[in-house]
Write a protein that binds this ligand. Structure first.
Ligand code: NAD
Ligand code: UDP
Length: 331
């Protein structure tokens, strides 16, 4: 195996920390860069004593001079309550962050992978979503800072590739869950499990008929690494997600049943621009990467529930005070 120098921006986050672990275990020299906005050092504390792991506190909107062979650009708040807290900063993270990692890749002749998102499809009117679909995104709504930021980042990746020959990879990640999600990130899997464990009401936004497709983190990490390491010249964009599609109400019922909780379901208003349906068309990932997810929702939820039961919630700082219940912004 070739030992590579690998930079992971947002490496202390949920997905980033799993990537760090996998790449450190594979023997690579891993640099984890993070400003800890939506994560804590505890996510990578178990790697700090490893000689091939290095942690840098840095904001990806500022340039940094490093010598690397590969870059996974994961830095960006991903939960709606996190990215809507300071939406101007969110757009800067996607755009300036992309420019900085692309500049570094150009200078070092490194390969660079962008963690894009199913949000580039917005509230889709084609179902399931193939990569060829151009999306239905509001450029002025409360989710636009994230959706449009990620769309511009993809544009920058493809322009650096065409104009400067930078070796790029773009993955569009669909809702992914698992251990090390921040317990107060407000995302649906986290909220429902934490509420169920604590016997609080399960908060369904809207009537719960909106759908999402949930991918377990181990499957996703396999797909991301397969994309980075593919040598067939396939640069994407490629969808990575689990095609199993569930309504939010079904998810709530599964979590209540699996935790044996006495929690009841309560219904709150649906946030503005909340997509009504989402499911990846995985044909391209299968064809080009031989990748398909293997872990069913029940199996992944069981592991995630066990994780949230094992942690002490008092050790986690809420990244922001912003949430839908207390915000006076338009929902
Ligand atoms: P996360 O919030 O756990 O991780 C993001 C990490 O980026 C955090 O550690 C955060 O502190 C860091 N970060 C934020 N702003 C930064 C900045 N300015 N400089 C440096 N670091 C910064 O979220 P995640 O779920 O692990 O998402 C990781 C990436 O994958 C994001 O780019 C996200 O958009 C993308 N993604 C995730 C999902 C998902 O379902 N988990 C879906 C689609 C796309
Ligand atoms: N959701 C919900 N209750 C919650 C959190 C989220 O009903 O406590 C809904 C949300 O409105 C959306 C879906 O669950 O329809 C997924 O939300 P999440 O924030 O996890 O991610 P999104 O896919 O919307 O970016």
């Amino acid at each position: 195996m070739t030992t590579r120098r690998i930079l992971i921006t947002g490496g202390a986050g949920f997905l980033g920390s799993h990537l760090c672990e996998r790449l450190v275990d594979a023997g690579h020299d891993v640099i984890c860069l993070d400003n800890f906005f939506t994560s804590q050092k505890t996510n990578v504390a178990h790697l700090l004593s490893r000689p091939n792991f290095e942690l840098i506190r840095h904001d990806v909107t500022r340039e940094i001079w490093l010598e690397v062979d590969q870059i996974y650009n994961m830095a960006c708040p991903a939960s709606p309550i996190h990215y809507q807290y300071n939406p101007i900063k969110t757009t800067k993270v996607s755009v300036l962050g992309a420019i900085n990692v692309l500049g570094m890749a150009k200078r070092c002749n490194a390969r660079v992978l962008q963690a894009s998102t199913s949000e580039v499809y917005g509230d889709p009117d084609i179902h399931p979503q193939p990569e060829s679909y151009h999306g239905n995104v509001s450029c002025i709504g409360p989710r636009a800072c994230y959706d449009e930021g990620k769309r511009v980042a993809e544009t920058l990746f493809f322009d650096y590739h065409r104009q400067n020959g930078v070796d790029i990879r773009v993955v569009r990640i669909f809702n992914t869950y698992g251990p090390r999600m921040h317990p107060f990130d407000g995302r649906v899997v986290t909220n429902f499990i934490v509420q169920a464990i604590q016997g609080q009401d399960i908060t369904i936004y809207g009537d719960g008929s909106q759908t999402r497709s949930f991918c377990y983190v181990d499957d996703l990490v396999n797909g991301i690494i397969a994309m980075m390491d593919n040598e067939q010249g396939f640069i994407g964009p490629v969808n990575l997600g689990n095609p199993g599609e569930f309504t939010i109400k079904q998810l709530a019922e599964m979590v209540i049943a699996m935790t044996g909780s006495t929690s009841r379901i309560t219904y709150l208003p649906l946030p503005k621009d909340d997509p009504t349906q989402r499911r990846p068309d995985n044909t391209l990932a299968k064809e080009k990467l031989g990748w398909a997810p293997a872990i069913k929702l029940e199996e992944g939820l069981a592991k995630t529930i066990a994780y949230f039961k094992s942690i002490d919630l008092s050790e986690y700082r809420k990244p922001t005070d912003f949430d839908y219940a207390t915000s006076n912004r338009e929902r």
